[in-house]
Write a protein that binds this ligand. Structure first.
Ligand SMILES: [Zn+2]
Length: 209
């Protein structure tokens, strides 16, 4: 196209959006217009919520998308001649479902966490737990605490796996649960919930009263 020669006017950059509206250009606006989009999934609010502990949801999201580099994924890298054992139980190779839900070590930590989750967990698998969490009122204190606990569980179980695998350091299930509890309790100290009987009960359980 012929570039117009501006003699009396100042040039400026404009952005024409998908809706045809022309506005001032910004990188944020351009990214928003071009980024890939998908349908909002039912578990969106389970992972991403304003009171979350910033470094935790990303690992839970990777778990949901099955993108963590667990042994079942590494098999595709043609390392069949190596024995890969779950660093937590040393019973079999790990996978997303094994590492976070089926492993004996992980289940023992879940058993300790369950009284603090405020939801009825009948079986340890991602879809059941995320459904339980997605069913609750998004901002109720009980649901926020449950979601914080869930994300912390996933984060610390993965951290423990990697510490054992790459650093040769390990924690007992009790010590690991203490770290999870402390992490969530520290966050709860910064959140202001509207006063209610439910909140008063939570404060007692979490030693915030
Ligand atoms: Zn295991």
């Amino acid at each position: 196209m012929n570039v117009p020669i501006l003699l009396v006017a100042t040039d400026s950059i404009k952005w024409k959006g998908v809706d045809g509206i022309i506005s001032d250009f910004s990188v944020a606006g351009a990214y928003e217009a071009m980024r890939p989009r998908a349908h909002v999934v039912s578990w969106f609010h389970v992972i991403w919520f304003s009171q979350c502990i910033p470094r935790h949801p990303f690992v839970a999201w990777l778990l949901m998308m099955e993108k963590l580099k667990t042994h079942d994924k590494m098999m595709a890298w043609e390392i069949h001649n190596q024995t890969l054992l779950c660093p937590l139980c040393k019973g079999c190779s790990d996978s997303h479902s094994h590492l976070f839900f089926e492993c004996n070590f992980s289940r023992a930590v879940w058993d300790k966490a369950r009284p603090y989750m405020n939801i009825q967990i009948h079986s340890y698998n991602w879809s059941h737990i995320s459904n339980c969490l997605a069913d609750g009122a998004v901002n109720s204190a009980r649901v926020v605490v449950s979601k914080l606990m869930f994300a912390a569980m996933v984060y610390f179980l993965r951290q423990e796996r990697n510490c054992r695998l790459f650093k040769g350091k390990s924690r007992t299930k009790d010590r690991l649960f203490d770290d999870i509890y402390s992490s969530v309790r520290l966050k709860l100290m910064t959140i202001h919930f509207k006063e209610s009987r439910q909140v008063r009960e939570l404060k007692i359980v979490w030693r915030l009263a």
